[in-house]
Design a protein around this ligand. Structure first.
Ligand code: AMP
Length: 358
């Protein structure tokens, strides 16, 4: 018999305490659920709006077991959680998405191999385990290219552009001589992403793709529909559906693409709610955060339809100090994450503006 949906009053355990956990907690509260945040850092932004917070490390077995005893389902807002942590929690509680989605997305090499094995195109790539592999990678993939650490890279961190083989030594040292992947530089016309969800029953729903602009490796702006064509919208949704199904993923996932030549290349996948999906809060009846809570609780998914066009801009570092001006704009939906202090490069909030669908 199918497992019944988790009813209102249930407790969602969320691994990670950043802004994504904060917005997940608010969506859970709207459905009558409680959130219990588990995060290693003290005073996590998600904790300000959650029912309960546990501050403990990912390897603290006693804390993990006590956390599991208080929740009905475990989910995550951050992909760099040790897989062993998820396995331990999964021995007593449903963990959605499961460890398999993290295993693939934590390692850029495993991710690209998984995608290619599923018939999904990526930039050409080559593993780099030592300086001498970089020359081989350039022969295999061409130059210029980007050397990226396999693990723990985010927001453009842990990557360095290489123009020619002579730069190999310096690049290898700059990345800390860690296992890496070399990717051919993609001369893309457009970057886009799709946020998609898969329910416990295997149902898949996609939000419309966003056109994304990055600055210094950090998402600056997402525009929907932006310059995304109808053909790209359909292709992105089909690819996202294939990825979700191949991973047996339950919950929301963000898939980032480069539009190059005639088709889409997948840059990376994030097994969680995604910064480029924040616009759904204002432009969709059911936003990405509620969609994720619905998926992991076995509720019916929203269909992803949007009632408006949208532009979402991140407030990075000191930009959040501009809140009085933004708040004075009646068309701006302001979101601040309660982070202190506003370090350079830190995502402090975002602002979304919608207008009737074009
Ligand atoms: P990532 O951390 O892989 O998402 O990279 C951050 C940003 O760097 C991407 O959104 C792109 O703007 C750029 N980038 C990453 N990989 C490539 C590539 N192979 N070719 C061109 N640009 C890239």
């Amino acid at each position: 018999m199918a497992e019944p949906p988790l009813p209102p009053g249930s407790t969602i355990g969320i691994l990670g305490g950043g802004q994504l956990g904060r917005m997940l907690s608010m969506a859970a509260a709207r459905l009558g659920m409680r959130a219990h945040i588990y995060a290693p850092e003290p005073d996590p932004p998600a904790g300000h709006v959650a029912h309960r917070v546990t501050t403990a490390g990912w390897d603290d077995h006693a804390a993990l077991d006590a956390f599991a005893a208080t929740v009905d389902v475990v989910t995550l807002e951050f992909e760099n959680i040790p897989v062993e942590t998820l396995h331990r929690l999964a021995s007593s509680r449903p963990v959605r998405p499961g460890p398999g989605s993290l295993e693939v997305s934590q390692d850029r090499l495993a991710e690209k191999r998984f995608l290619n094995a599923a018939g999904i195109a990526t930039a050409r790539f080559h593993p780099v385990d030592g300086e001498e592999d970089i020359a081989r990678a350039i022969v295999a993939c061409g130059a210029p290219g980007i050397l990226k650490t396999r693990r723990l890279g985010y927001d453009g961190k842990g990557q360095i552009r290489i123009e020619a083989a002579g730069e190999a030594g310096a690049a290898w040292s700059a990345l800390g001589r860690r296992p890496a992947i070399y990717e051919a530089f993609v001369d893309f016309g457009l970057e886009l992403s799709v946020v998609a969800a898969r329910g416990r029953d295997g149902a898949v729903a996609c939000f419309d793709p966003a056109e994304n602009r990055h600055e210094a490796g950090i998402l600056r702006r997402s525009t929907v529909p932006g310059a995304v064509s109808a053909a790209q919208r359909v292709e992105a949704a089909l690819i996202a559906g294939r990825i979700l199904n191949a991973l047996d993923h339950v919950g929301v996932m963000g898939v980032e693409f480069f539009a190059a030549g005639n088709g889409l290349l997948v840059n990376e996948i994030a097994p969680r709610v995604h910064n480029s999906g924040h616009w759904t809060i204002e432009a969709c009846t059911i936003d990405q955060f509620e969609q994720h809570i619905r998926a992991i609780c076995g509720w019916p998914l929203g269909d992803g339809a949007r009632h408006a066009d949208a532009v979402m801009e991140n407030l990075i570092g000191a930009e959040a100090g501009d809140w009085p001006r933004i708040a004075a704009d009646p068309a701006a939906a302001l979101h601040l994450y309660g982070k202190d202090p506003p370090r350079p490069g830190r995502k402090m909030g975002h602002v979304t503006r919608i207008r009737p669908r074009g």
